[in-house]
Design a protein. Structure first.
Length: 569
């Protein structure tokens, strides 16, 4: 005689034995105590969470002869017959194999017949498998059943159940069990059944069960049959961490270890895709993730580090492998190539991989460039003569082929300065934050640092203004012209926010037109003044110090010993 399975032996027979479904137990028990039982229920949830067992308990409660506090006695003839599966008051029907309209007609005819107990309970398992004609045949009876009939519909996929059926039932959702509660239940089963199982094996069993009591007890039974211990297997987390770290060696080692433990490459690929689906749902719709709370948090953290783009790309690549693996002579090779593609983007030519590589290159270039430093401009003036170089800007910016531009005297002196004297400029948008509120005098001192921390265009505009005054939280700036004030006002809010972060209090910035340092002549016009105010300081260079050689001096140097004669004398 075959030994009874653990999940059948420890199937709950009372509401207080049902694990992890307190909200369902509370609703059904209160309905029975207050004589407010529904005529149609819909139990939905993942497999192995107690939907059918709860339906049988409800059937016992509705027909128990010695009901107490909403719990069946378990000793009367009705309870014993329901536990044995021989009761005329309960009819269980598998909708997956009885999904035709004829089956529903037969069920409706049975519903009209009498029964020994107070209620007759019809349990339809996997009701989402019913055909459309069968659903239509069931609707009228489900809406207005006989007074003694109660329907209990169970499904693992409530979205496939038609809205017309769901609207006629009381919908109760069953949840997966938390890992800790499931582990305590496994320990109780091990102690009650006097099994010899190691603690590591219990942890592994709980992980394999993934919140389902039935799957957990089935895994426990397999471990007991194997000697009470479980061999170490490769976790699917290894593959996800390898994808995140871009480590092809780690991914290949995980594939090799899994195959060595006996995993089929196709089944392993399906498990990885299923794990990636949970990661994708944790980003897009966390309420759809059917995992225990602790496990869902781990998967959610992996999904955030991998990113939605990376998760979707991994699902697409492995999905293609599942299609090709059917006819492949070596399924393991296809899986290994796929995991290497997912960890080494430079080996893949798909659009997603190319975009990821471009983004990584752009971020690297941005990090290398010092956005706060001055923009190098070519020298347009010969420092030895003080005259403009022949060819102007084009000659300076595009030297001849094979010709190396010589650094100017100023640049040469700057290169000779030791690196220790170089001042580090603050990063853009992150000026130095003080530890206390700044006064008016301190605000004037930190103003150059705030300007230096801005973007190049903002820094260029506000470098031409001067601090006129700072009093009572109002900073007055002097600008060279009204046009300059108009352009500066476009970026005023950015400067105000940066200055407020530094000063630690609310501030206001006002502009005034600063008086020109040059005295205006009577012949000067407004156009000339505006032109002078908008001169590009970056295009000017410092004039050479000392005496500038005249053309006659240059000729004398070119022809030593010669004598210059003046014709006019």
């Amino acid at each position: 005689m075959a030994t009874q399975s653990l999940y059948r032996r420890y199937r709950p027979r009372r509401f207080d034995e049902l694990k992890g479904q307190d909200h369902v137990v509370r609703a059904l028990r209160n309905a029975v105590i207050n004589n407010r039982e529904g005529q149609a229920y819909l139990f939905s949830g993942p497999r192995g969470t107690g939907k059918t067992s709860t339906a049988r308990i409800l059937a016992k409660v509705l027909n128990c002869e010695k009901l107490k506090d909403g719990e069946p006695c378990g000793k009367c003839n009705s309870c014993l017959s329901i536990d044995a599966g021989s009761s005329y008051d309960v009819l269980e029907l598998d909708a997956a194999s009885n999904n035709g309209v004829d089956n529903m007609r037969d069920l409706i005819e049975r519903a009209a017949l009498g029964n020994p107990g107070r209620h007759r309970v019809f349990i339809l398992d996997e009701v989402h498998m019913l055909s459309k004609p069968a659903e239509a045949a069931l609707l009228k009876t489900l809406e207005e059943p006989p007074d003694h009939v109660v329907f209990v519909l169970a499904t693992t996929d409530p979205q496939k159940v038609s809205e017309t059926i769901r609207s006629r039932t009381q919908h109760l959702l069953f949840h997966l069990l938390p890992l800790q509660e499931l582990k305590e239940h496994v320990r109780w089963v091990v102690a009650d059944a006097k099994l010899v199982v190691s603690e590591d094996a219990i942890d592994r069993v709980v992980q394999l069960g993934a919140g389902s009591v039935r799957d957990t007890l089935s895994a426990l039974e397999l471990v007991v049959a194997s000697g009470g211990d479980v061999e170490e297997q490769v976790s699917l987390d290894e593959f996800i961490e390898a994808f995140i770290d871009h480590d092809p060696g780690r991914a290949l080692a995980a594939v090799g270890a899994a195959v060595q433990f006996g995993a089929d490459p196709r089944a392993l690929t399906e498990d990885i895709v299923r794990h990636l689906r949970d990661a994708f749902l944790s980003l897009m719709a966390p309420e759809l993730v059917q995992l225990p709370k602790e496990r869902a948090e781990i998967v959610g953290d992996q999904a955030r580090r991998m990113g939605a783009t990376g998760v979707v790309r991994a699902i697409e690549v492995l999905g293609d492998v599942l299609i090709e693996i059917r006819h492949a002579p070596d399924a393991r090779l296809l899986l290994e190539v796929a995991v290497v593609k997912l960890t080494r983007q430079n080996l893949s030519a798909d659009v997603a991989s190319l975009m990821a590589r471009i983004e990584r290159l752009e971020s690297g270039v941005t990090a290398m460039r010092d956005s706060t430093g001055p923009i190098a401009r070519p020298s347009l003036v010969d420092p030895s003569t003080g005259r403009t170089k022949l060819g102007g800007r084009a000659s300076a910016m595009m030297p001849s082929v094979g010709q190396t531009a010589k650094p100017s005297q100023t640049e040469t002196q700057a290169d000779k300065k030791p690196e220790t004297t170089t001042e580090l400029k603050p990063e853009v948008g992150e000026p130095i934050k003080p530890t206390a509120l700044l006064g008016d005098l301190e605000i004037k001192k930190v103003w150059p640092e705030v300007v230096a921390s801005q973007k190049p265009i903002v820094r260029a505009l506000y470098s031409a203004v001067t601090v006129s005054d700072c009093k009572d939280g109002v900073l007055t700036l002097g600008a060279p012209s009204e046009m300059h004030i108009t352009k500066s006002n476009e970026h005023l809010q950015t400067l105000v926010e940066s200055l407020q972060r530094v000063a630690g209090k609310k501030l206001e910035i006002k502009f005034v037109v600063a008086a020109s340092k040059k005295s205006k002549t009577a012949s000067s016009t407004p156009d000339q003044d505006e032109y002078e105010a908008m001169e590009d300081i970056a295009e000017t260079t410092q004039a050479p110090t000392g005496r500038v050689s005249s053309p006659i001096d240059e000729l004398a140097k070119a022809f030593p010993g010669s004598k210059i004669i003046d014709d006019k004398k």
